[in-house]
Structures are given as structure tokens and as C-alpha cells.
Design a protein around this ligand. Structure first.
Ligand SMILES: [Zn+2]
Ligand SMILES: [Zn+2]
Length: 271
């Protein structure tokens, strides 16, 4: 049997023991029969899961998750939200990228970290994104694809700037971090303007999406390994006389954080 299957089947047996005979009995089985069949890391992991379930099962309305493939040991209710919990004894083993593919679908991820005998609940976003010093929200790296550069004589420079910024999920402000200058990385509006007028709207949308996805693939390693979104700098008309405001408008959001990010953030005309 594959070690993961072995672990899953022992885990199933132990938790069904808990449900039928209680924690003390199940822990006895674990020690007497199953401990020798588990490596130390999995044994510690299962003990931690049992301790979490025992200590917080009622309070957090925990349900034992059946499938370990999604990095969730339990589901439950935390601060009024349905969450998935992954139990661990060491945060150093935990990496945002292993949760990322499963995020955006289903409930949020929390990590239950066992310290001595108590648990600390940590949001998975904390693994990758620093807290905002003003509001405590998460700072999410985002790149704005700006329009073509012009010099002070109004001559096109055939280059575009891109702005790396952190967008706060709490106060919804942005903090500039870095600026890139590239050739050929057009803004979404410039891509749209360059499309053939005969092109139907479906293929225009596909062309824009391709451009944005390619830009994301390029900038994620280049700008920040945890880059999560792309934006454009655009003017939004709100008044009949043309009055409005400038904003960074999101053109791509990684689904792992899409629900946390604003759709746009007001900003100056000059950025
Ligand atoms: Zn786990
Ligand atoms: Zn903030």
C-alpha cells in the first residue's frame, strides 16, 4: 500500500473509533496498534489532528474531511465563515503555493498550528502576504500595465512602464514598490485599439485575455513570486459632462485571492 493510502486508512479507522468509542479509546488504539505502522511525522500529524478535534470540535463545529488531497483535515465554522482547516505542528512545512490551486473554490483555508498544547489559527494568506501596517489587511502584489511612454515633447518612446504595487485587502489602498520599463508590453487598452475593426467581439476578448495571461506569466517570476493580479490605468466617466476619476482597474485576479481584492482603486492621472 502507498504510504499516503496507508496513512489515510489508519486516519479513517482512528476517527471512526473516536465517533464510536470516544477519544481515549481511539488514542489507545493509535498507541497500541497503529503507531508502529506510521512514520514519526505522520504519527505526530495524526496526534495533532486528534488534539485539535478534541479541543475545538464543538466550538468550531468541525467535520473530519475525508480526502487529504486538498490539504484540509477538517471543515468547520470560524468567525462566522465556513473554513477548511489544515492541522500542523510546524509552520515551516507549510507553503502558500501548495494551497493556491485549490483556493477560490470552496471555503477559505485556515491553518491550525499546534504550540505545546494550544492551537493558533492562521490564515493561509498569512503564509505569502505581509500585513498592512495601517489596517492589518493582506498586501497583495499587483502589476499595473501602463500605456505607452511619451517624452516631454509628446513623442512616443515605444516603451511602456509597469508598476508593481501592493494592494491592501483591508483599506483598499495601494503602495508602489517598483517600476519596470519594457518594449512591446502594451496596456490592455492599446491591445484593444490595435485589433482589427472587423474582428468580432468574442475573438477580441480572447486576444485581450491572452495578452493579459501572457503578461501575468511574464511578471509573476519577474516582479514578485506571489504576484496575484494585473491592472490597467483607466479613466472612468461618471458625469454627463465627462467628469470622472482615474483608477487602477483589475484586468486579472488570481482566483486564490479574487474575493479579497477590490475591482478598482482610485489613483492620480499621473502614475
Ligand atoms: Zn494536514
Ligand atoms: Zn490596509
Amino acid at each position: 500500500m502507498h504510504p499516503a493510502e496507508k496513512y489515510n486508512s489508519i486516519r479513517r479507522i482512528i476517527f471512526s473509533g473516536v465517533h464510536k468509542h470516544g477519544f481515549d479509546e481511539a488514542l489507545k488504539w493509535l498507541e497500541s496498534t497503529y503507531r508502529s505502522q506510521l512514520d514519526p511525522k505522520h504519527y505526530r500529524g495524526l496526534k495533532a489532528e486528534l488534539a485539535f478535534y478534541r479541543g475545538y470540535g464543538k466550538e468550531l463545529q468541525l467535520t473530519v474531511a475525508g480526502d487529504m488531497g486538498e490539504h484540509a483535515d477538517f471543515s468547520g465554522l470560524y468567525q462566522g465563515q465556513i473554513c477548511r482547516f489544515d492541522v500542523t505542528t510546524n509552520l515551516a512545512y507549510k507553503d502558500f503555493s501548495t494551497y493556491e490551486p485549490f483556493m477560490g473554490e470552496g471555503p477559505r483555508y485556515k491553518i491550525a498550528l499546534l504550540n505545546q498544547s494550544s492551537f493558533e489559527v492562521i490564515d493561509v494568506l498569512d503564509l505569502a502576504f505581509k500585513p498592512c501596517t495601517d489596517c492589518g489587511g493582506h498586501l497583495i502584489p499587483c502589476v499595473a500595465l501602463l500605456g505607452q511612454n511619451y517624452n516631454r515633447h509628446g513623442e512616443a518612446q515605444w516603451s511602456n512602464d509597469q508598476l508593481l504595487m501592493d494592494v491592501c485587502t483591508g483599506c483598499q489602498r495601494y503602495f508602489e514598490r517598483n517600476r519596470f520599463t519594457t518594449t512591446g508590453m502594451l496596456s490592455p487598452q492599446e491591445v484593444f485599439d490595435s485589433l482589427d475593426d472587423n474582428e468580432d467581439s468574442a475573438s477580441a476578448i480572447t486576444a485581450l485575455q491572452d495578452h493579459v495571461l501572457n503578461a501575468y506569466k511574464y511578471f509573476r517570476p519577474e516582479a514578485d513570486a506571489n504576484l496575484m493580479a494585473l491592472a490597467e490605468h483607466s479613466y472612468n466617466v461618471t458625469e454627463r459632462d465627462g467628469g470622472g476619476y482615474w483608477a487602477f482597474r483589475m484586468v486579472f485576479k488570481n482566483k486564490a485571492v479574487a474575493a479579497e481584492l477590490p475591482d478598482e482603486i482610485e489613483c492620480p492621472h499621473e502614475v
